[in-house]
Design a protein around this ligand. Structure first.
Ligand SMILES: CC(C)(COP(=O)(O)OP(=O)(O)OC[C@H]1O[C@@H](n2cnc3c(N)ncnc32)[C@H](O)[C@@H]1OP(=O)(O)O)[C@@H](O)C(=O)NCCC(=O)NCCS
Length: 179
């Protein structure tokens, strides 16, 4: 009993509610510093390739797309950038891929879930109907987030990677431009 109460306290104490805002092209330096601080494991899980050192200008531009091609949402805790979520329209403009990354020390605190909700609301507000998420098959965080957000998501396996596809059900709200 006391363990349960203690466990509940610990769990509540670690939950974080990030301030969220739409990213702008001028966030490139902020985003670059955030990505450079990621552990190799987190960077690999996000980009599925080894990205050492600061990201290229080309990668940063792709991570800060302008609507209606795509969009990005940034999450802040105490003024520090702790997460980035991207949606990018695919060849079929009614379909977008989403991808999220949270700073290592703030993972498992609900930041990724908050960013996922915001980015889905944003893409729904821009007319996207279906979502794809691409990850390694052993990415348990992604599997759990998809299972919670879209229990009927389709999962296609291709060697070490998985693509989840599900209908975009957001609140038709675009993300605020200020955090
Ligand atoms: C994936 C990621 C964005 C999730 O963000 P987060 O802030 O840690 O996620 P949350 O705290 O909101 O947790 C979401 C769910 O994932 C689970 N989870 C998070 N990290 C986990 C881990 N390392 N192992 C297993 N489950 C994990 C949580 O328990 C939670 O599941 P639940 O709702 O069923 O309890 C973050 O772990 C990350 O940045 N990982 C590296 C980059 C990456 O893999 N990006 C995904 C590419 S699309």
């Amino acid at each position: 009993m006391s363990n349960t109460v203690h466990g509940l306290r610990r769990r509540l104490a670690t939950v974080a509610e990030p301030r969220l805002r739409a990213a702008r092209p001028t966030d490139d330096e902020l985003l670059s510093a955030f990505l450079t601080r990621l552990s190799p494991a987190s960077a690999y899980s996000r980009f599925l390739t080894g990205v050492g050192g600061p990201p290229s200008a080309r990668l940063l531009a792709a991570l800060l797309p302008e609507r209606p091609r795509g969009g990005a949402v940034l999450g802040f805790l105490d003024g520090e950038l702790v997460g980035h979520a991207l949606w990018a329209r695919l060849r079929d403009p009614a379909v977008a891929e989403i991808a999220i990354v949270v700073a290592d020390v703030h993972q498992r605190r609900g930041v990724g879930t908050a960013l996922a909700r915001a980015v889905i609301d944003d893409l729904v507000a821009h007319g996207v109907e279906d979502i794809e998420v691409f990850s390694s098959t052993d990415n348990r965080a992604v599997a759990r987030m998809v299972a919670r957000a879209a229990p009927d998501a389709r999962r296609e396996l291709d060697g070490p990677t998985a693509t989840y596809t599900f209908a975009a059900l957001g609140r038709v709200e675009s993300v605020s431009r200020t955090a």
